[in-house]
Design a protein around this ligand. Structure first.
Ligand code: AMP
Ligand code: ZN
Length: 113
């Protein structure tokens, strides 16, 4: 979608601090981190919210890649929190489905993030 911030980030039209990319997902650092490590994982196809996602295989792959990024790329060995805000009432500000990965590689910071 041409008018979507995260679609523009995927396309490279807006710069981002990328941590992972494959054929289906893109992961980059949140510009206003709420934890020592704060990364967003997004599908490359434009889906406005989790509630609009009708493809279980896409959602399964997204969660698989969230695990891959959190464990193998970010090395959040002490653990991490996954947040998906849904619609305005759920705190969603950017209407392109995204999972927040929140954690601390030092293991020192505990919840709440
Ligand atoms: P949400 O409230 O779940 O829609 O989360 C949107 C997130 O996108 C927020 O945590 C913002 O800090 C983040 N964000 C907004 N613009 C950018 C950007 N250009 N690059 C990286 N993260 C962004
Ligand atoms: Zn989009």
């Amino acid at each position: 979608m041409t008018d979507c911030l995260f679609c523009k980030i995927i396309a490279g039209d807006i710069p981002s601090d990328k941590v992972y990319e494959d054929d289906a997902v893109f992961a980059f650092k949140d510009i206003q981190p709420k934890a020592p490590t704060h990364v967003l994982v997004i599908p490359k196809i434009h889906i406005p919210t989790l509630a609009d996602a009708k493809d279980p295989a896409m959602l399964g792959n997204l969660m698989d890649k969230v695990n891959h990024v959190a464990n193998d790329v970010l090395k959040l060995e002490a653990g991490y929190r996954i947040v998906i805000n849904v619609r305005k009432g759920g705190g969603q500000e950017v209407f392109h489905l995204h999972a927040h990965i929140l954690g601390d590689t030092s293991g020192k910071t505990r919840l709440p993030f």
